[in-house]
Design a protein around this ligand. Structure first.
Ligand code: AHG
Ligand code: MN
Ligand code: MN
Ligand code: MN
Length: 328
């Protein structure tokens, strides 16, 4: 049966997501938040929500007005939804535990409300990333938020680009929907996405090359070898979610290695960025590694923890890991 064009709610009903909570309801709530954020992103230049707030977040980054707006929209959508008992965001130092008098559900959601902040004012693709776990009980504690990525029950992102997309996995496949903005519905455009086993694109902020470890440098050098087995192209948007989405569709490798000067543990956040995208990559046949360990096997120790990230086609990720091992 051709399911292309089905609305997200029709497709969620068809998919019969199981579990003891209303996962379809939670994904619908997240998609609604994404639609609202998308609308703000689309008219950002017209309503004075470009630029910085003047504050810095717990990550030490200058906060953009849209970071705050997207964070607030995610909280406003999730908190009263009845699906969650705790929330954590890149933009908030502390998690939010719902009080017993609030409508609480079995899930915890961790999110990067606006990924690619440095691209906002240039109208370049940005997104929202989310990660969903089950809590031990509605009286959630920090340990419910610090679960290994392998325990995610769902993960996904919205992409605000030439179209607004919503991509998720809840265990059975990775599906992508495109927003039909005129009617405000996400419609199925890719079902059971598979990442190519090997790609011909690498994606990195190569200005950091001099500070990468020898194994990563050698791997990238080899990709540029005119006598090498295949020719690679370089693409780098600078919004992880956009660089990842291209990698999901076309294959290849996205890397943000550790950098002893500026990012000794890597730049990207384990719980809001690396783990959810790793979950999607693996569900699509790809891989995600820190260079030496599977991202999904890591046990987080802090909410805002950072990790080096190598994510993409399974063969590309394994090849860069091998180069890192050889140079260790
Ligand atoms: P965020 O905007 O959520 O803080 O994330 C920024 C991240 C990520 O989107 C991107 O891959 C990376 O920062 C880009 O970093 P560089 O500017 O150092 O290349
Ligand atoms: Mn940020
Ligand atoms: Mn981000
Ligand atoms: Mn962000």
């Amino acid at each position: 049966m051709n399911r292309k064009g089905m609305t997200l709610s029709q497709h969620l009903t068809e998919s019969r997501l199981c579990g003891d909570g209303d996962m379809a309801g939670l994904l619908t709530t997240l998609a609604s938040a994404a639609k609202r954020i998308s609308r703000e992103v689309n008219r950002a230049g017209l309503v004075d929500i470009l630029g910085f707030t003047g504050e810095h977040n717990v990550q030490g980054e200058a906060v953009c007005k849209l970071d705050v707006l997207a964070h607030d929209m995610m909280i406003d959508a999730l908190r009263p939804s009845g699906h969650v008992c705790a929330l954590a965001s890149e933009e908030a130092e502390h998690p939010l535990f719902l009080a017993p008098h609030e409508p609480r559900g079995p899930y915890v959601v961790l999110f990067d409300p606006l990924d690619g902040s440095s691209n906002i004012d240039a109208g370049i693709t940005i997104g929202t990333i989310f990660s969903i776990y089950r809590a031990q009980s509605a009286d959630a504690t920090l340990s419910d938020l610090l679960q290994s990525g392998s325990r995610q029950v769902a993960a996904g992102y919205a992409l605000y680009g030439s179209s607004t997309l919503f991509v998720y996995t809840a265990g059975a496949g990775v599906h992508s929907y495109t927003l039909d903005a005129g009617v405000g519905e996400f419609r199925l455009t890719h079902e059971n996405l598979r990442m190519p086993e090997r790609g011909t694109i690498y994606s990195a902020n190569e200005a950091n090359y001099p500070r990468w470890c020898a194994g990563v440098q050698r791997y990238i050098d080899a990709l540029k070898d005119p006598d090498g087995p295949c020719t690679y192209s370089a693409r780098y948007v600078g919004s992880l979610v956009a660089d990842f989405h291209r990698t999901l569709l076309y294959g290849g490798l996205f890397l943000y290695p550790a950098d002893p000067r500026d990012a000794p543990n890597g730049k990207l956040r384990l719980l809001y960025e690396a783990a959810p995208l790793a979950r999607i990559a693996e569900a699509a046949g790809g891989r995600a590694s820190t260079g030496s360990e599977d991202v999904l096997s890591l046990q987080p120790t802090a909410l805002h923890q950072r990790v080096p990230l190598f994510i993409g086609s399974a063969e590309d990720v394994s090849a860069v890991e091998a180069s890192i091992r050889q140079c260790a």
